[in-house]
Design a protein around this ligand. Structure first.
Ligand SMILES: Cc1cc2nc3c(=O)[nH]c(=O)nc-3n(C[C@H](O)[C@H](O)[C@H](O)COP(=O)(O)OP(=O)(O)OC[C@H]3O[C@@H](n4cnc5c(N)ncnc54)[C@H](O)[C@@H]3O)c2cc1C
Length: 405
């Protein structure tokens, strides 16, 4: 791991302070950039459910020296159990079987915990700005000039946009033929934190039911339980409804189900962090514009269905710093940004290219479909299912060595 070095390469503005942004700050500051991170929330953003670090993301985390810190913040999930409508186990995947990259990864952590761990590992000379965002930007050969919502104006040598799937600054950089395609996967998910009960254990319990719906409960390390309800649907604006209307629609769609569903519905109604997502992949023809680039979900959101979004963010931040590190001091960043994109794109496309039938396969419409899905999880040792499951849970992998940094 390179030690923190004296800033000499120039100034960089990183927008977004979740996972990709602080990871970029970590590596860029250590490779000679003077880094400012701009997060639009008033402080470090709290919230978010269970995310995991897999594949190449684990290698990068190791190089950051943060594996033990993330392990210490683990949610404590012991594995994944598919259950039937009465809560009986249909099949189970303990975390300690295999290489730690099954449905439950070895490194499972709450999003805000991982964000904190990476943020706290950044060198002291990284500057953090909160409660503001880019309103306008202009570039010439020498600088990227930004005007913030507060009215402040600044110029940087480089801009890294790590604002997540709904990034606004991305729209100021890429338009027309360069604008990303936003590809719906046809699935809505509502997440929230609910009270833990004595019946909750440390397994991720997942119920799939007819009507292309699923209910899931996961442990955390804060004495609460992380619940989610998912359903397949064409676009119906569910994510944009107000909270009461969302809860009412969830009750309509899930109210007929047994197991823990009534408790989940009550819990989500009271949850302070109810969050609804219309699962959408970001497919961007380019991630680079002049002295600026996209990183993480802003560039390539894969969605939790594909998995690996956090690992790609960690990996992308490392690769970006490594490729920029090959430039001569003061050199225009174009060649480094192009090399970053060339290295990351095959990895991202591999994760984004979901196997046929996903996510519908895990959310079957009919009783027969649910039976088939259960059978498939039971015979997870057959090659077909093992390949499918492995493909979905292994995280970003490649035979190529990471670029040297
Ligand atoms: C609150 C929250 C909850 C999440 N919950 C889950 C979850 O439960 N499960 C899951 O798999 N993934 C979740 N994610 C997504 C997950 O963190 C990412 O898929 C992955 O880790 C890659 O992270 P990222 O940093 O690229 O994007 P994100 O984690 O989406 O972070 C983007 C950051 O940019 C900030 N931002 C947005 N717009 C601007 C702007 N214009 N200017 C400055 N800052 C801006 C956001 O506030 C956020 O901090 C969540 C993300 C967030 C922000």
């Amino acid at each position: 791991m390179p030690a923190a070095s004296t800033p000499s390469r120039g100034t960089v503005l990183v927008t977004g302070g979740s996972i990709a942004g602080p990871s970029a700050a970590y590596w860029l500051a250590r490779t000679g950039w003077q880094v400012t991170v701009l997060e639009r929330w008033d402080g470090p953003r709290e919230g978010g459910q269970n995310i995991d670090v897999r594949g190449l993301g684990r290698d990068v985390l190791d190089q950051m020296g943060l594996t033990d810190a993330v392990r210490a913040a683990n949610t404590g999930e012991r594995g994944t159990r598919f259950v039937d409508g009465r809560g009986r186990t249909v099949s189970e995947f303990p975390v300690d079987e295999g290489d730690g990259d099954g449905p439950t990864a070895e490194l499972e952590v709450l999003r805000d915990e991982l964000s904190r761990v990476v943020r706290e590992a950044c060198p002291d000379d990284v500057t953090w700005w909160y409660g503001d965002q880019v309103e306008a930007l202009e570039q010439d050969d020498d600088h990227v000039s930004v005007t913030l919502s507060s009215g402040a104006a600044h110029a940087f040598d480089l801009l890294v946009v790590a604002e997540g799937a709904g990034s606004r600054t991305r729209g100021l950089l890429l338009d027309g033929a360069d604008a990303p395609e936003l590809k719906r996967l046809g699935m809505y998910t509502a997440y929230g934190t609910i009270p833990r009960t004595d019946g909750d254990d440390d397994w991720w319990r997942w119920l799939s039911v007819p009507g292309a719906r699923s209910v899931s409960l996961r442990p955390d390390d804060r004495g609460t339980t992380r619940a989610s309800l998912s359903f397949m649907s064409g676009p119906n604006g569910f994510d944009r409804l107000d909270r009461d209307a969302q809860v009412a629609q969830l009750r309509d769609r899930f109210g007929d189900l047994g197991w823990e569903t009534a408790r989940v519905l009550d819990g989500l109604e009271d949850a302070s962090d109810l969050y609804v997502e219309d699962l959408t992949q970001v497919l961007s023809p380019t991630w680079v514009a002049g002295r600026a680039c996209l990183l993480g979900d802003a560039a390539w959101c894969v969605t939790p269905v594909a998995g690996g979004g956090t690992s790609l963010a960690l990996t992308g931040a490392y690769v970006l710093a490594a490729e920029l590190g090959r430039l001569a001091p003061g050199e225009h960043p174009a060649a480094g940004l192009a090399a970053y994109e060339a290295w990351m794109r095959p990895l991202v496309e591999d994760v984004q290219g979901l196997p046929p039938g996903v996510p519908g396969l895990a959310n079957p419409r009919s009783r027969i479909g649910v039976g088939l899905f259960h059978t498939a999880t039971r015979i997870a040792s057959t090659r077909l299912v093992r390949n499918l499951a492995g493909r979905l849970t292994s995280g970003p992998r490649t035979d190529r060595a990471l670029p040297v940094l």
